[in-house]
Design a protein around this ligand. Sequence first.
Ligand code: ATP
Ligand code: MG
Length: 428
Amino acid sequence: MSARAGIVVTGTEVLTGRVSDRNGPWLAEQLRQTGVDVGFTVVVGDRPQDLVEALDFLAGARVDLVVTSGGLGPTADDLTAAVVGEWQGRPSATDERLEARITAIVERLSARRGWTFDPEAMAAGTAKQALVPHGAEVLEPTGTAPGLVVPGQDGDGHPPVVVLPGPPSELQGMWPAALASPLVTAALADRAELRQSTVRLWGTPEVAIAATLRRLGDGLEGLEVTTCLRGGELEVVTRYGSDLADRYDRFVEAVVQEHGAAVFSTDGSTVDDLVARALADRGLTIATAESCTAGLLAGRLTERAGSSAWVRGGAVVYSNEAKHHLVGVPTELIERVGAVSEEVAVALAEGARRELGADLGVGITGIAGPGGGSPEKPVGLVHLCVAGPDGRVQAAPVIPGDRSNVRARSVTVALHLVRELLDGDAPA
Ligand code: ATP
Ligand code: MG
């Protein structure tokens, strides 16, 4: 049996959704990579009793280790260290050498940033952060707050608790020290390599893959398969022990056999990866003319470093005038067939190619909503075209969901069209 861990993310800002949690998922992935299974992530606000309940719950679930994030700052609402210490039955005392180190850090930071503090308030904050539960290991600060590893007591059934700061860069910086802690190493003695692999499909409904999974039945034993529809792509993520690698490979073969053309990635690559790689490998360039997405595709194409080698640029052509002036769509054409039309999508794609001197041009024009729809052209109708030296591919889906979903999904559809065009004329 592989060791199991639980995560407690603290912070009212995370609980209420003002800040979206980056620590829980990050810690879960780090733990998985070291062969530890994560059973639970619990999010609690800055209320001591709720943190205690979360710890009780995880102890009851018999996890081998708990990792907390947040609540280590100098202010009164930062309670995690004290609450965890008390829960483990370990009274806290000031670690004077640690206090001196924190003071030095705070003074250095203040000098560099030109902050001035009431010395008394600063000393109180530092003194609070230097309180260490009896028998806990200290993890050196990567910001100003030290982390802790607080063990349970003999026979109380409590796992050790790793207490980490909330700011993601501080937490991530401290993680290697946490993993190296003798208390943590001992708690996670039983590890088994836990692999996680992803297959991605495009243009297949979730029920189709569900049928494949049902048919394979016992052939999947020991594979933890989850399917998830994301932005129109179907993601099949499987977790399995390394001893089941052959079974996983057979599963992927079966998926490829049944869903052939819809499977676009079996090695974890995203459509963004595939498009970038295909353009880079073949020395081709791309340009965009976007109406309803107004630059979102250009943004996504340029997310990765090095994209200047293949992205020429893009035009945001939201108005009819911009469509005409920036990429030469004939005004007469727009008047005749309407801005949201196959013809205009083609003219945008060809115009982007021509005006920006690229090998491939992408045109997107659609009705993002919520207004502006009609029976013939409903909200969510998007015309897309990718034009290349040897031809074009086009699509005109009606994308469900709200405005932001229509815009985001349009970009994904466009990337798949680029991929299809590049696949189609790949040299044999
Ligand atoms: P500080 O000394 O900065 O107060 P802390 O350990 O007390 O550190 P928190 O007060 O819980 O941490 O969080 C500080 C800030 O870090 C939050 O306002 C938030 O911006 C960010 N943060 C905390 N937890 C998370 C999280 N789970 N995901 C993303 N950001 C977070
Ligand atoms: Mg804080």
